[in-house]
Design a protein around this ligand. Structure first.
Ligand SMILES: [Fe+2]
Length: 281
């Protein structure tokens, strides 16, 4: 596997509280009353100045149905980073700036030369900058969802490598999309890739389970897009409830050691997120 230096988590305590209050359809006033926590102290956490005590975090976790251990770890800037198992193929995380944030794309290869790309970053220029020099061919592109920070480089990369189609969630908006619905599988460049239809963050959103072609058993890797992050979930902008349902069901399909490669933030494992993710444990 290539460099796995862990970047910062995508979401801090304040982001998780904000998403969880939205999931629970609670105003901050109602949350403060239900958890017996001063509203101004919740507001400070939302403004990235957290000073909540473990007891307050425990009560917030209870009201918001969050994993208390994971929430307290986030508050202490100590969210567990799992040991990452070696994969039976190479994974290149491509981290590209987008506004004030960073969006991830991922290149997989078995022979070190031919890649399969998942998402394309915010622009062709950023994608070319992040591209590993050893990858000379591109066998296929898979898209998790159609937001600018994940498909900005799509046209450029397809043109650069002469691809006429890409794989993505079903949509009427992209004529060059070969739509992959629930459990539809593709074999390409020595990989077996299975799509999971996971609307929630966006109406059109797929995750992809990846294993070596022909290998039986569990998937080694989940490209999770903006469904699951290390320590959080993507925003449920289309539907919070469906976001949560799909995050749980996708996680159930994976063994503990399976790597999770999200659209933002660091890599994690299914086991780690099962144990600690505030929304999932
Ligand atoms: Fe995103």
């Amino acid at each position: 596997m290539s460099t796995l230096a862990a970047p910062a988590l995508e979401d801090e305590l304040g982001d998780v509280l904000e998403k969880a209050a939205r999931h629970a359809a609670l105003s901050y006033e109602k949350l403060a009353a239900a958890a017996d926590v001063d509203l101004s102290r919740i507001q400070d956490a939302l403004d990235y100045r957290p000073d909540l005590t473990p007891a307050e975090l425990g009560r917030l976790a209870q009201v918001l149905h969050l994993n208390e251990v994971g929430l307290c770890a986030l508050a202490a800037n100590a969210y567990p980073r799992p040991e990452l198992c070696a994969l039976p193929f190479s994974l290149h995380p491509l981290r590209m700036p987008f506004g004030i944030g960073v969006a991830n794309a991922y290149l997989l290869t078995q022979d070190g030369v031919t890649g399969v790309l998942f998402d394309t970053g915010a622009s062709g220029a950023e994608l070319r900058r992040a591209w590993p020099a050893s990858i000379k061919k591109l066998a296929a592109v898979f898209v998790t969802h159609y937001e600018a920070e994940h498909i900005g480089g799509l046209d450029d990369i397809m043109r650069d490598f002469g691809l006429s189609h890409f794989y993505g969630p079903p949509t009427g908006r992209w004529p060059r999309c070969l739509a992959l619905g629930e459990s539809q599988a593709v074999e390409v460049a020595g990989f077996g890739i299975t799509a999971l239809l996971t609307p929630g963050h966006a109406a059109e959103h797929n995750c992809y389970m990846v294993r070596r072609r022909g290998a039986g058993g569990d998937a080694d890797l989940l490209i999770s897009g903006d469904l699951i992050f290390a320590g959080s979930l993507g925003g449920g902008y289309f539907c919070c409830q469906r976001q949560m349902v799909h995050a749980r069901r996708v996680l159930e399909k994976l063994p503990d050691h399976a790597l999770i490669a999200p659209g933002h933030g660091p890599l994690s494992t299914a086991g780690n997120e099962r144990r600690f993710n505030p929304f999932l444990a």
